[in-house]
Ligand binder design. Structure first.
Ligand code: OAD
Length: 251
């Protein structure tokens, strides 16, 4: 275990461009439930009832209320040492890009500057019909507001199953992945595509893939280095060792 961390610190020390690809697991230690772990969100709710356009069109208020409940959890949460460690890594590299599947904005709150949100964010809203952003406050807890322009219903700006990922975000993520020498895959089951395909893409392009996850995932076989620890303890230790390497005089 310690040996895997040391190898990861060594490859990071030699790298100039790094991508951190994150999933719900990095926010688990902030008290935000994951999706597929025992007790995760998909153990209690069926995705097709709360996380598809069809579900929203059938019952907008139910879907709205479910996301507003999740928003309250997110707003009450704080970034954890895993998020802070990724923010602390940034200055050690020419390029350090966080590509996240999370909608909670905790990477931003922890101070990361280059964050690509592949699945949108739960903290912004737009009209499901005309697409206009919606910024009126306060937001109701139970009822999806109506668009003041077209009368459509307002939805959170997250990506639902069956929807396309934001094209600009995905293209930027692909670019970062193609350029990186190391990809850290952190707290994701790797079951949701096209996001998970980025890890395989990095591997195909020759990057060293490091997985940080206490449990095996669909991406474990892509990984060159497996760190079987929680992100909140592994990442701060990784930064500490990287700092040590960088402080050592180079020939
Ligand atoms: P999952 O719930 O599928 O996977 C969470 C992963 O985090 C698992 O592999 C856990 O082992 C791991 N994990 C749990 N605690 C951890 C910790 N403290 N440190 C590190 N890892 C930990 O979540 P995602 O992979 O993010 O999409 O799910 C991908 C997408 O599926 C989500 O973005 C969401 C969901 O449906 C949409 O809503 C479109």
């Amino acid at each position: 275990m310690g040996e895997a961390l040391e190898r990861a610190a060594q490859v990071l020390d030699r790298a100039r461009r790094v991508v951190a690809f994150t999933g719900a697991g990095i926010s688990a230690e902030s008290g935000i439930p994951t999706f597929r772990d025992p007790g995760g969100l998909w153990a209690h709710f069926r995705p097709e009832e709360v996380a598809t356009a069809e579900a929203f069109e059938r019952d907008p208020d139910r879907v709205w209320a479910w996301y507003q409940q999740r928003r309250r959890v997110i707003e009450a949460a704080q970034p954890n040492p895993g998020h802070y460690a990724l923010a602390a890594m940034e200055p050690y590299f020419e390029e350090f890009t966080v590509v996240t599947q999370n909608v909670d904005r905790l990477h931003h709150r922890a101070g990361s500057h280059h964050v690509i949100e592949l699945h949108g964010t739960l903290l912004e809203y737009h009209c499901h019909r005309c697409g206009r952003p919606y910024t009126e406050e306060p937001l109701p807890a139970e009822t999806a507001p109506y668009c003041p322009v077209c009368g459509g219903r307002i939805r959170p700006s997250v990506v639902w199953f069956g929807e396309l990922l934001p094209a600009a975000a995905f293209a930027a993520a692909e670019q970062a992945v193609d350029r990186c020498e190391v990809l850290l895959s952190i707290g994701t089951s790797g079951e949701v595509y096209p996001a998970a395909g980025l890890v395989w893409r990095a591997k195909a392009m020759g990057a060293t893939v490091v997985e940080i996850n206490p449990a095996p995932s669909e991406l474990s076989t892509a990984a060159d280095i497996l760190i079987r620890q929680k992100a909140g303890s592994a990442l701060p230790e990784l930064v500490r060792r990287l700092q040590q390497y960088r402080q050592q005089a180079r020939p």
